[in-house]
Structure formats: C-alpha cells, structure tokens
Design a protein around this ligand. Structure first.
Ligand SMILES: [Zn+2]
Length: 589
C-alpha cells in the first residue's frame, strides 16, 4: 500500500467533500444533500449532488460518483497518488515519504519545474542574436514586445539539442525531457529537441504552471503548429491556451478562437477574454473549465470549411449547457472572385478593434446561427426548397424549451420565406408534439426493461447474472449499513457472480476484520473511478436495516440458487451438446 492508513484517514478527515467540491461547483442545500451543476457533463439544471454525511458525490445525469479523492482525480485529471498529494497540500499535511509509489507525484513536480525552466530558456533566446528571425516574424505579425512578454513567447533556433543541452546543465535527465514531451529519443537511445526552429508559446494553466508548449514554425516546415504531446501534466482536451490571462478579464464573456496567434492578437487589441482550444474541437472538459469564469461564450472560429465544422461541433457540445452562446461570424473576403479564409487576427488588422467589438455585439446567438446555416442548404427561391427549409427549421425550433423563443424564431423564419406566422406556428407545434411523443415512448420502453436499469453504466462492469448481482449488491449494502451482521455472513467471495461485486465484498470483509467501518469514502484507494461510481450507486438504493439478518439470508440464498442454476444450465447445455454431437456422429455413419 503506497500510503499509510493512519495518514489517509487523517487526510480524509481534513478534506471535507463539501469544502473541496465548493471550490469548483456552486452548491446549494436541498434536503439533506447539496446540489450543483455537474463539473463532468454539460447541463442546465443541477443533477450533481454531494452527501456530506457519507462524504461522497454522485451525478444523476452522467452517473459519476465517488469520494473526495475521485472528485479531485476527475476534475484535476490526476492519478490516485497525485490526487492524494494534491489534497494533502490543500490540507497542509506532509505526505509520509516512502520509496515506491512516490515517484510519480515527484515526476509531476519535476516536469512542471522543467517546463517552467524551458519556457524561461526559450524566452531568453528571443532576446539574443539568434532570436532575430523570430523577432522579425513577430514584427511582421504586428505582435508588440509587450504582448509577447505577457504571453511568455520565446523561440528556439534550428539546432538538434539547444534546449536539451541547457536543461541537462540544470540537472534534468533524458528521461524527464522525454516525459515532458520536450525531447524525443532516437533509435540509438540518445535524445534530441522536439521543438526546433520555432516560435514558442508556453501553455499556462490557471495556477500559472507551464503545462506544455505550442510551437509555430519559423520556416516552411510542417506542421505549422506543433503542440506538446499528452504528458503526465499536459492534456490537450483539458487545456485552453490563454486561460491564465482570460480568467482575470472584466468582460462578461469568453471568446473562443481557433489559433494561438488569434488569442495573442485579440489580447493586444484589448480583448483580454480570448482563449483557444489549440487545434482540437471544443471538449466538455474545456467547457467545464470555462464555466468557472463565465456563463457566456462567443465562438470565433475561422470562416473556412474546417472552422465552420468546428463551430457546429462546439454548438453541439454547448447545446445542453448553461452557457449563453453567440457565434461571431467573420465576413467573407473576396479576392479575384475567390473566397479567402479570414480569421480574427486578419479581421482586427484590417478593420480595427472597434469593428470587432461591433461584430461581437451584433453577432448571432446559436439558434440564429443554425437557422442561417440551414437556409444556406436549401434553394428558397423554389416552392419545393421553401417547404423543405420550413420543415427543417421547424424541426430545429421545436426543440427549443421556451415558447417565447419558439415564437420569435418561428416568426423570423416565416417572414424570411414569406408565409404567415400562424402557419409556421402550426408546423412547429405539430413537430414538437411528435417529438415529445417519441421521447415519452422511449422513456417508457426504458422503464419497462428493468434489466438494463440494473446494469452498471460502465460496460466493462456489466453483470452476467442480473438476479444474482442484485442480491450481491444487497449483501454489500447491508454490510455497509449494519456492519455487525458480518458474523452471520458466511458467503465466500468466489460465490459472487460479478467480479467487481466480489472485489468490493472482499474489501469490506478485510476492513471489518481490522475492526474498521467499511466507509465508502475510503474505497477510492482500491477501486477505479467507474467501480467507485458503481459502489455509490449501489449504496444509494433503498435498504432497510430492520430485519437485516433475514434479508442477508435471503440474499445469500438467491446468490447460491442462481449459481446452481447457472451450473445446471451449463450441465444441461453440455448434455444437449453431447446429444446433438452424437446425432451428428450417427448421421455420419
Ligand atoms: Zn454529471
């Protein structure tokens, strides 16, 4: 075991789940639990709950649940030992040193410090003679010295080991350089710089740690932008370039752009609320990060096909979120009769900051944006095209929850196509009725198939024998609620049909043998996040403690009967197989 038990128990006592979660989620008390918007999926109404008595959380939307340690693992993207270090740090406790599993948290610390030193080194090179090419590039892009400094922009010349040599002098090892994604190992085993001949943008998180880098080529080399690979400290889907600065903005919204240069230019032009998703489409993790600082997102991707696709995907991700979403539509630029791609950087340079400000305030909300996009797909000069467009628009508007919204957008579509608002309203209402009917049917179907409702959400944990598993869950629940009945619990772990339930049962037994209460919040050490979510779900099902001994007996008898059935089924199957086989054999004769 990596951490001494006494230490973990004290850490759990000092890390109250309500206090810790409150740092990420606004919680309000409802009944005996706290509720808030789930930090792990997008939603408008809170389905994420915290139970302070049990020291666990659970989301009724996405099914995630667990202890304070699981919460930190998930929300901060940390491994179990790292989450323990994180919480200990918060609680002002020192983690007892041991030689084995402490390596990883130390590695994390080393990589963060290496990244910071690398960023300093790149930055210093920009001021040297060899930074001339990079400085010329910045001038050409009209990025001022002040702006470059604010973002910690640096550069690296076209050499194989410029950074590697410098960092080794500071005491970093080849292993650490490779783990940080700053160096690559060749097949002879020696390492060389991953980033060469590039303008370097450090990717900095909200705490000011340098997580990784994004390098823009200073030649014609491909790729144009090279990002750090996934490392123990850098995960692209959880990071936003510029969030370290944008989190302090006085503006109410956050502007989401495509590239780092866009972010830098927007900040320079006074839009200190710009961030970039670094070449990936927006992820749920990134929207959860943004939700800590704003409830309004202005999407400002390039106006080329890739940018339009990324916009659609971002809208899809944000559809069920609490965010107010606007889409900034960069105008087309026509040169020699051809459409030219334009990004935020180009726009500001050409038309200035005031024009961009006007573009933001006049930009479409996500419904308008979707309707305009939709209209572009039909030929509304023909009757046929108009009917098709009206039907498609009706489908879209029918999904809006607010009747006012449906009326406003319905009216707009009607006016655009030249039909009466009443006719449009009829179309929308009919579509909506049909959609609600479909949804109800789907829900009824789900409610009628209790087997699927009983199954764990994580596919890998699915039960083979649902009846037996339900009884096994019952045994676990009873032992958690009323640990004293362990003396009457004579079932063995290997009698359990579900491996994960057997595992939970054996942990409970071990805890009770040591004379400790099987508190769910202490299970994170032994279970994966999916397994923890399952345990929380098992525990929340009703189970009466009165008559628990009889209930336990019943559960055990169900488990044994099912096991017997399974094995007799097997026997019968074997019998049948033998018979058909025999028949086949006879046929052959
Ligand atoms: Zn959730």
């Amino acid at each position: 075991m990596p951490f001494p038990e006494r230490f973990l128990e004290e850490l759990m006592e000092r890390s109250d789940i309500y206090d810790v979660v409150s740092g990420y989620v606004r919680l309000t008390k409802r009944g005996s639990n706290y509720f808030g918007l789930c930090p792990f999926h997008n939603e408008k109404t809170p389905s994420f709950s915290v139970n302070q008595d049990k020291q666990i959380y659970k989301c009724f939307g996405c099914g995630k649940g667990g202890s304070v340690v699981n919460f930190i693992m998930e929300v901060e993207n940390l491994s179990y030992p790292d989450a323990i270090h994180f919480l200990a740090n918060k609680a002002g406790m020192t983690v007892p040193e041991d030689d084995g599993d402490n390596r990883l948290p130390n590695l994390r610390k080393r990589l963060l410090s290496l990244n910071k030193d690398a960023a300093r080194f790149y930055y210093s090179l920009l001021g040297e003679n060899e930074g001339a090419v990079a400085r010329t590039y910045l001038e050409k892009r009209k990025i001022s010295h002040k702006t470059a400094t604010r973002f910690g922009v640096g550069c690296v010349p076209n050499e194989w080991d410029r950074l590697t040599r410098a960092m080794k002098k500071l005491g970093y090892t080849d292993y650490e350089l490779v783990e940080a994604g700053l160096a690559v190992k060749n097949n002879k085993g020696s390492v060389y710089d991953k980033f060469r001949d590039r303008l370097m943008f450090p990717v900095i998180d909200v705490r000011g740690e340098v997580l990784g880098f994004s390098g823009r080529t200073l030649s014609d080399a491909e790729p144009k932008y090279l990002n750090s690979p996934e490392t123990p400290v850098f995960s692209k889907r959880r990071t936003l370039f510029g969030i370290n600065l944008a989190k302090n903005t006085k503006r109410s919204s956050i502007i989401l752009c495509e590239g780092n240069i866009d972010v830098v230019m927007l900040h320079q032009a006074g839009f200190d609320n710009a961030v970039a998703s670094m070449g990936t489409s927006l992820t749920v993790e990134q929207t959860r990060l943004l939700s800590r600082y704003t409830s309004e997102i202005d999407i400002c991707y390039d106006n080329d096909p890739a940018g339009i696709k990324a916009t659609d995907r971002a809208i899809e991700i944000l559809k069920n979120s609490e965010f107010k979403v606007k889409v900034i539509r960069l105008p087309d630029k026509i040169e020699d009769g051809k459409k030219i791609k334009i990004d935020a950087d180009d726009y500001i340079k050409q038309f200035g900051a005031d024009a961009f400000e006007k573009l933001i305030s006049g930009s479409d909300d996500r419904v308008e944006y979707a309707l305009v996009n939709l209209q572009g797909k039909f030929d509304i000069s023909s009757d046929e095209g108009r009917v098709e467009y009206l039907k498609a628009a009706g489908e879209l508007i029918a999904t809006l929850g607010s009747p006012v919204e449906r009326e406003v957008y319905g009216g707009r579509v009607a006016a655009a196509v030249g039909i009466s608002a009443e006719a449009m309203k009829l179309e929308i209402d009919r579509t909506r009725k049909r959609k609600i009917g479909q949804q109800r049917k789907k829900m009824e179907k789900e409610a009628l198939s209790p087997v699927s409702a009983l199954q764990p959400k994580a596919r890998a944990l699915r039960y083979d024998n649902v009846r037996s598993a339900a009884a096994e869950e019952g045994v676990i629940r009873l032992l958690i609620r009323d640990p004293e009945i362990i003396e009457a619990c004579d079932i063995d772990t290997d009698e359990f049909s579900s491996p994960i339930l057997g595992k939970i049962y054996s942990i409970i037994r071990a805890k009770l043998n040591e004379g400790k209460a099987p508190q769910i919040s202490l299970f994170s050490e032994y279970l994966t996040e999916d397994e923890m979510s399952l345990l929380v779900r098992i525990d929340e099902k009703p189970e009466s403690v009165s008559g628990s001994r009889e209930a336990l007996k019943d559960y055990i008898s169900v488990i044994r009967t099912e096991k017997l059935k399974d094995s007799t089924d097997l026997l019968a199957l074997a019998e049948k197989y033998k018979k058909t086989k025999g028949m086949e054999d006879k046929n052959v004769e």
